[in-house]
Design a protein around this ligand. Sequence first.
Ligand SMILES: *[C@@H]1O[C@H](CO)[C@@H](O)[C@H](O)[C@H]1NC(C)=O
Ligand SMILES: *[C@@H]1O[C@H](CO)[C@@H](O)[C@H](O)[C@H]1NC(C)=O
Ligand SMILES: *[C@@H]1O[C@H](CO)[C@@H](O)[C@H](O)[C@H]1NC(C)=O
Ligand SMILES: *[C@@H]1O[C@H](CO)[C@@H](O)[C@H](O)[C@H]1NC(C)=O
Ligand SMILES: *[C@@H]1O[C@H](CO)[C@@H](O)[C@H](O)[C@H]1NC(C)=O
Ligand SMILES: *[C@@H]1O[C@H](CO)[C@@H](O)[C@H](O)[C@H]1NC(C)=O
Length: 506
Amino acid sequence: MLCLAAASLLCVSACLLALPPRTSGLLRVDVDVLVLLPRNNTYIFSASRIAPALEYARRRLSAGPYAGVNFTLRYENSNCGMEALFALVDSARGERPDLVMGPVCEYAAAPVVRVASHWDIPVVSAGALASGFSHKQPEYALLTRIAPSYLKMGETFAAMFRHFGWQDAHLIYHDDKEERNCYFTTEGVHLLLDGDYETTAFALDPKEPLAHLDELFKIMLNHQVVIMCLHADAVREVMLMAHRRGLTNSNRLFFNIELFNSSSYGDGSWRKGEKHDYEAKAAYAFLNTVTLMRSTKPEFEEFSVEMRKSQRKKGVDVCEGCNDVNVFMEGFHDALLLYAIALEEAMKSGYTKKNGTEISHRMWNRTFEGIAGQVSMDANGDRNGDFSVMSMTNHETGTYETVMNYYGTNESIQILPGFNSERFFLRDAPRPSTPEPPKESSGGLGLSAATGIIVGGLLGTALLLAFYFFRKNYRITIERRTRREPCDGKHRQLREDSIRSNFSAA
Ligand SMILES: *[C@@H]1O[C@H](CO)[C@@H](O)[C@H](O)[C@H]1NC(C)=O
Ligand SMILES: *[C@@H]1O[C@H](CO)[C@@H](O)[C@H](O)[C@H]1NC(C)=O
Ligand SMILES: *[C@@H]1O[C@H](CO)[C@@H](O)[C@H](O)[C@H]1NC(C)=O
Ligand SMILES: *[C@@H]1O[C@H](CO)[C@@H](O)[C@H](O)[C@H]1NC(C)=O
Ligand SMILES: *[C@@H]1O[C@H](CO)[C@@H](O)[C@H](O)[C@H]1NC(C)=O
Ligand SMILES: *[C@@H]1O[C@H](CO)[C@@H](O)[C@H](O)[C@H]1NC(C)=O
């Protein structure tokens, strides 16, 4: 024991002696950063929206303890598809970049992360939120996700199901078959609930939002918890129709997921200035919204003001709500900070900036102070997420408030004053059918629609097959799977999806 201690002491002093005296901290290093974001400003993470955040971070870093790190930011248009990969490959004709920021879109990120990981270049993104990216080995080994992924969001639901004792979930989502944000969002929830709870997933075609709604409500009849990822108009429509059919009652809970632009949901979004507003308000009393928890601190105010100013200067369309600081601006700002911390640490330990593996791993499993508050990265390189649940608290005015928070770091739910326990602890609904024979609903559905697919395998595979064989006019129903799929399956899912994307782009 004593011997060991003495030995380690010896080692420590030896190591200290061996290190060159760099304690002044001013490492000098040039870092070439390739930023892959879409130029098109319809994306809330377009280059012109994110660039000011990165510039802000760069300025702050060069004024502080990381003054010796000289970041050069190069912006390339990633669009939302394969252009991202081409930009990376083209940019690496001479010297390869030291760091890649972005892409955000899933199908743009997948090939970029694969190639960058192969080249030992760290990728930090506030996107690439799909569950498939959680399996870092082997293809996404150097991906660090600075915004909470869809799987982390799914934890919020898993925690609520445990806490409130709900039994089943009916997932409804829009699938545009292009960027597929709602598909991937819903996948995160599905992966965490399915296996423990009876879960059905129902895809709506955004081009025909009102098709097959009868089926949708038939399934809803047998479910306690309805979770939607839909455009705001479709949410309103579903809520109105559910209300008219008497499905909004104390035996059922409705959620919609809106992570990035919560201004468009919940609060006030029942109001359209038309004759159904009153009814919609009554229906929305049963709707809860899951969104990212936003925290602020004094420094954040300065950051927000700066962001608004530079966006106005750049002529990014100034519209209510969409010009606010969003999670992508925050994320990419913090990404540069995190990289600087990890780089400095790695270099102090004798590694070079070219050792992407080492630098990536030093970005993981740590907590640091971001622009809006503490950022906690898990040991897998994904950010732990904090989410809020909002509900209508004033039924006269129809206004929403946050009633609950979920903290990913300690996996705990925090109940806030506006919380109404009567609404969340459901009365035990008389179940029309026990979970034992699910045949009744699924069989009838499958027959009547001729397209219902009873899936024993993967959500992704099912959708994939559906795309190939059933074309667009059909709706896809995924019936509950019997058990949680192995990790390998989840991993394959995104890969197959990416392949599909390549084909359709070709
Ligand atoms: C930007 O994206 C939108 C939606 O995808 C599209 O309608 C528009 O044409 C795009 N603009 C440019 C300049 O490519
Ligand atoms: C920062 O890096 C760029 C590109 O490598 C270089 O041109 C510039 O001189 C560097 N600045 C400083 C202060 O070292
Ligand atoms: C956010 O939602 C608001 C309200 O519906 C909408 O006006 C705005 O265009 C949305 N912003 C983005 C970037 O989608
Ligand atoms: C990078 O660092 C790892 C240790 O984390 C080491 O095993 C590896 O050999 C290094 N790679 C290079 C290219 O130096
Ligand atoms: C993460 O960090 C903690 C201490 O900060 C350490 O105990 C733990 O082993 C680390 N986990 C991994 C997987 O590296
Ligand atoms: C979980 O973490 C949050 C924020 O870090 C804290 O406010 C909360 O009290 C913690 N909850 C528990 C049960 O530890």
